[in-house]
Design a protein around this ligand. Structure first.
Ligand code: DC
Length: 236
Protein backbone atom coordinates (compact mmCIF):
# COMPACT_ATOMS: atom_id res chain seq x y z
CA UNK A 1 0.00 0.00 0.00
CA UNK A 2 1.34 3.45 -0.91
CA UNK A 3 2.01 5.56 2.16
CA UNK A 4 1.56 9.28 2.67
CA UNK A 5 3.15 11.99 4.79
CA UNK A 6 1.13 13.75 7.48
CA UNK A 7 2.38 17.09 8.84
CA UNK A 8 0.92 18.44 12.09
CA UNK A 9 1.96 21.97 13.00
CA UNK A 10 0.70 24.44 15.54
CA UNK A 11 1.29 26.44 18.69
CA UNK A 12 2.91 24.92 21.76
CA UNK A 13 0.82 22.68 23.98
CA UNK A 14 -2.00 22.23 21.49
CA UNK A 15 -1.83 18.47 22.03
CA UNK A 16 -0.18 17.84 18.67
CA UNK A 17 2.04 15.05 19.89
CA UNK A 18 -0.72 13.18 21.73
CA UNK A 19 -2.92 13.07 18.68
CA UNK A 20 0.00 12.47 16.27
CA UNK A 21 1.19 9.46 18.29
CA UNK A 22 -2.27 7.88 18.24
CA UNK A 23 -2.74 8.63 14.58
CA UNK A 24 0.59 7.03 13.64
CA UNK A 25 -0.32 3.93 15.62
CA UNK A 26 -3.75 3.65 13.98
CA UNK A 27 -2.31 4.02 10.48
CA UNK A 28 0.80 1.89 11.08
CA UNK A 29 2.98 4.93 10.40
CA UNK A 30 6.13 6.16 12.15
CA UNK A 31 5.68 9.10 14.54
CA UNK A 32 8.41 11.74 14.75
CA UNK A 33 8.33 14.49 17.39
CA UNK A 34 10.45 17.22 15.80
CA UNK A 35 10.11 19.43 18.89
CA UNK A 36 11.93 16.74 20.90
CA UNK A 37 14.95 17.26 18.64
CA UNK A 38 15.05 21.02 19.36
CA UNK A 39 14.59 20.23 23.05
CA UNK A 40 17.51 17.75 23.01
CA UNK A 41 19.80 20.37 21.43
CA UNK A 42 18.60 22.80 24.12
CA UNK A 43 19.47 20.35 26.88
CA UNK A 44 22.94 19.99 25.37
CA UNK A 45 23.30 23.80 25.23
CA UNK A 46 22.21 24.14 28.89
CA UNK A 47 24.55 21.43 30.11
CA UNK A 48 27.49 22.98 28.30
CA UNK A 49 26.83 26.55 29.41
CA UNK A 50 25.84 27.91 26.00
CA UNK A 51 22.51 29.16 27.30
CA UNK A 52 21.60 30.50 30.73
CA UNK A 53 19.26 33.22 31.98
CA UNK A 54 21.67 36.01 31.12
CA UNK A 55 23.86 34.37 28.49
CA UNK A 56 23.26 33.00 25.01
CA UNK A 57 26.47 31.90 23.28
CA UNK A 58 25.12 31.07 19.82
CA UNK A 59 28.52 30.85 18.18
CA UNK A 60 29.79 28.50 20.89
CA UNK A 61 26.87 26.17 20.33
CA UNK A 62 27.19 26.33 16.54
CA UNK A 63 30.87 25.35 16.82
CA UNK A 64 29.83 22.22 18.80
CA UNK A 65 27.01 21.03 16.54
CA UNK A 66 29.20 18.20 15.23
CA UNK A 67 29.28 16.74 18.74
CA UNK A 68 25.51 16.47 18.98
CA UNK A 69 23.92 13.24 17.90
CA UNK A 70 20.16 12.95 18.17
CA UNK A 71 18.36 9.69 17.57
CA UNK A 72 15.06 7.98 18.35
CA UNK A 73 14.62 4.46 19.69
CA UNK A 74 11.27 2.74 19.79
CA UNK A 75 10.18 1.78 23.30
CA UNK A 76 7.71 -1.11 22.93
CA UNK A 77 6.42 -0.62 26.48
CA UNK A 78 5.41 2.99 25.73
CA UNK A 79 4.48 2.35 22.10
CA UNK A 80 6.50 5.26 20.72
CA UNK A 81 10.12 6.24 20.02
CA UNK A 82 12.03 8.06 22.74
CA UNK A 83 14.65 10.68 21.99
CA UNK A 84 18.34 10.12 22.69
CA UNK A 85 21.09 12.73 22.97
CA UNK A 86 24.50 11.19 22.30
CA UNK A 87 23.11 7.75 23.18
CA UNK A 88 21.53 8.95 26.47
CA UNK A 89 17.77 8.61 26.84
CA UNK A 90 16.64 12.20 27.50
CA UNK A 91 12.92 11.75 26.87
CA UNK A 92 11.91 12.86 30.39
CA UNK A 93 14.71 15.42 30.87
CA UNK A 94 13.67 17.48 27.85
CA UNK A 95 10.09 17.98 29.06
CA UNK A 96 10.88 20.28 32.01
CA UNK A 97 9.77 23.92 32.16
CA UNK A 98 13.46 24.87 32.26
CA UNK A 99 14.09 23.36 28.83
CA UNK A 100 10.83 24.93 27.58
CA UNK A 101 12.12 28.32 28.72
CA UNK A 102 15.17 28.13 26.44
CA UNK A 103 14.05 25.98 23.51
CA UNK A 104 12.47 28.70 21.39
CA UNK A 105 15.70 30.71 21.47
CA UNK A 106 17.71 27.67 20.38
CA UNK A 107 15.18 27.09 17.58
CA UNK A 108 15.95 30.54 16.11
CA UNK A 109 19.50 29.43 15.16
CA UNK A 110 19.57 28.68 11.41
CA UNK A 111 22.50 26.27 11.72
CA UNK A 112 20.54 24.20 14.25
CA UNK A 113 17.46 24.22 12.02
CA UNK A 114 19.44 23.21 8.95
CA UNK A 115 20.87 20.22 10.77
CA UNK A 116 17.58 19.07 12.25
CA UNK A 117 15.48 19.66 9.13
CA UNK A 118 17.88 17.49 7.10
CA UNK A 119 17.54 14.69 9.62
CA UNK A 120 13.74 15.09 9.72
CA UNK A 121 13.53 14.89 5.92
CA UNK A 122 15.58 11.69 6.11
CA UNK A 123 13.02 10.15 8.49
CA UNK A 124 10.32 10.84 5.92
CA UNK A 125 12.10 9.54 2.87
CA UNK A 126 9.95 6.39 2.66
CA UNK A 127 6.74 8.23 3.60
CA UNK A 128 4.41 6.61 6.15
CA UNK A 129 5.31 9.32 8.65
CA UNK A 130 3.33 11.52 11.00
CA UNK A 131 5.56 14.39 12.11
CA UNK A 132 4.58 17.25 14.38
CA UNK A 133 6.27 20.61 14.91
CA UNK A 134 6.16 24.21 13.73
CA UNK A 135 7.49 24.11 10.15
CA UNK A 136 6.66 20.59 8.99
CA UNK A 137 4.04 21.56 6.40
CA UNK A 138 5.91 24.69 5.29
CA UNK A 139 9.60 23.70 5.28
CA UNK A 140 10.27 20.04 6.14
CA UNK A 141 7.57 18.41 3.99
CA UNK A 142 5.99 21.11 1.81
CA UNK A 143 4.57 18.29 -0.35
CA UNK A 144 2.89 16.41 2.51
CA UNK A 145 -0.43 14.94 1.41
CA UNK A 146 -2.17 16.05 4.61
CA UNK A 147 -1.31 19.15 6.63
CA UNK A 148 -3.02 20.04 9.87
CA UNK A 149 -2.61 23.21 11.90
CA UNK A 150 -3.67 22.97 15.53
CA UNK A 151 -4.66 25.95 17.64
CA UNK A 152 -6.34 26.57 21.00
CA UNK A 153 -6.54 29.55 23.32
CA UNK A 154 -3.34 30.27 25.31
CA UNK A 155 -5.26 29.86 28.57
CA UNK A 156 -6.51 26.39 27.63
CA UNK A 157 -3.05 25.32 26.45
CA UNK A 158 -1.35 26.59 29.60
CA UNK A 159 -3.86 24.75 31.80
CA UNK A 160 -3.26 21.49 29.91
CA UNK A 161 0.53 21.84 30.15
CA UNK A 162 0.33 22.84 33.83
CA UNK A 163 -1.78 19.74 34.65
CA UNK A 164 0.73 17.57 32.78
CA UNK A 165 3.75 18.99 34.66
CA UNK A 166 2.02 18.73 38.06
CA UNK A 167 1.09 15.12 37.30
CA UNK A 168 4.77 14.39 36.63
CA UNK A 169 5.63 15.87 40.02
CA UNK A 170 7.26 19.09 38.71
CA UNK A 171 6.99 22.17 40.93
CA UNK A 172 5.61 24.91 38.68
CA UNK A 173 3.02 27.65 38.92
CA UNK A 174 0.21 28.16 36.42
CA UNK A 175 1.45 31.75 35.82
CA UNK A 176 4.93 30.54 34.86
CA UNK A 177 3.49 28.00 32.45
CA UNK A 178 1.16 30.59 30.88
CA UNK A 179 4.05 33.05 30.49
CA UNK A 180 6.13 30.35 28.84
CA UNK A 181 3.35 29.40 26.40
CA UNK A 182 2.85 33.06 25.42
CA UNK A 183 6.53 33.83 25.08
CA UNK A 184 7.16 30.72 22.95
CA UNK A 185 4.17 31.59 20.73
CA UNK A 186 5.76 34.98 20.16
CA UNK A 187 9.33 33.78 19.47
CA UNK A 188 8.19 30.82 17.32
CA UNK A 189 5.95 32.96 15.11
CA UNK A 190 8.23 35.98 14.72
CA UNK A 191 11.67 34.41 14.19
CA UNK A 192 13.34 35.06 10.81
CA UNK A 193 14.05 31.46 9.87
CA UNK A 194 11.01 29.21 9.27
CA UNK A 195 8.56 30.98 11.57
CA UNK A 196 5.44 29.18 12.69
CA UNK A 197 2.79 29.91 10.06
CA UNK A 198 -0.04 27.90 8.65
CA UNK A 199 0.68 26.40 5.21
CA UNK A 200 -1.79 27.61 2.56
CA UNK A 201 -3.06 24.08 2.07
CA UNK A 202 -3.32 23.15 5.76
CA UNK A 203 -6.56 22.43 7.59
CA UNK A 204 -6.91 24.48 10.78
CA UNK A 205 -8.26 22.74 13.87
CA UNK A 206 -9.11 24.79 16.95
CA UNK A 207 -9.31 22.22 19.72
CA UNK A 208 -10.11 24.62 22.61
CA UNK A 209 -13.42 22.86 23.09
CA UNK A 210 -12.60 19.37 21.86
CA UNK A 211 -11.54 16.47 24.04
CA UNK A 212 -8.80 14.05 22.99
CA UNK A 213 -11.22 11.47 21.68
CA UNK A 214 -13.07 14.01 19.50
CA UNK A 215 -9.83 15.36 18.09
CA UNK A 216 -8.49 11.92 17.34
CA UNK A 217 -11.67 10.73 15.61
CA UNK A 218 -11.82 13.91 13.53
CA UNK A 219 -8.17 13.74 12.48
CA UNK A 220 -8.29 10.00 11.78
CA UNK A 221 -11.29 10.53 9.49
CA UNK A 222 -9.51 13.34 7.64
CA UNK A 223 -6.39 11.20 7.24
CA UNK A 224 -8.29 8.19 5.94
CA UNK A 225 -10.12 10.36 3.41
CA UNK A 226 -6.86 11.91 2.24
CA UNK A 227 -5.16 8.53 1.94
CA UNK A 228 -8.13 7.18 -0.08
CA UNK A 229 -8.16 10.14 -2.46
CA UNK A 230 -4.38 9.89 -2.83
CA UNK A 231 -4.72 6.22 -3.84
CA UNK A 232 -7.49 7.05 -6.33
CA UNK A 233 -5.30 9.77 -7.89
CA UNK A 234 -2.35 7.37 -8.11
CA UNK A 235 -4.49 4.77 -9.92
CA UNK A 236 -5.66 7.24 -12.60
O1 DC B 1 6.61 20.92 20.10
P1 DC B 1 7.45 21.40 21.29
O2 DC B 1 6.73 22.32 22.21
O3 DC B 1 8.10 20.27 22.00
O4 DC B 1 8.62 22.25 20.60
C1 DC B 1 9.60 22.90 21.37
C2 DC B 1 10.12 24.11 20.64
O5 DC B 1 10.91 23.72 19.53
C3 DC B 1 9.10 25.09 20.10
O6 DC B 1 8.80 26.10 21.03
C4 DC B 1 9.76 25.65 18.87
C5 DC B 1 10.74 24.61 18.45
N1 DC B 1 10.33 23.84 17.27
C6 DC B 1 10.59 24.39 16.04
O7 DC B 1 11.08 25.52 15.96
N2 DC B 1 10.32 23.69 14.91
C7 DC B 1 9.77 22.47 14.98
N3 DC B 1 9.51 21.78 13.85
C8 DC B 1 9.46 21.90 16.24
C9 DC B 1 9.74 22.64 17.38
Amino acid sequence: MIKTTIAIDGFSSTGKSTVAKRLAKALGYVYVDSGAMYRAVTLYAMRNGFIELDCFDKEGLISQLDSINISFKFNPKLGFAEVYLNEENVEALIRTLEVSQFVSQIATISEVRLLLVKQQQGFGINKGVVMDGRDIGTVVFPDAELKLFMTASAVKRAQRRYDELIKRGDEVTYEDVLNNVQSRDHIDSTRDDSPLTMADDAIEIDNSNMNLEEQFEFILKLSEEKIKSFHKKKRH
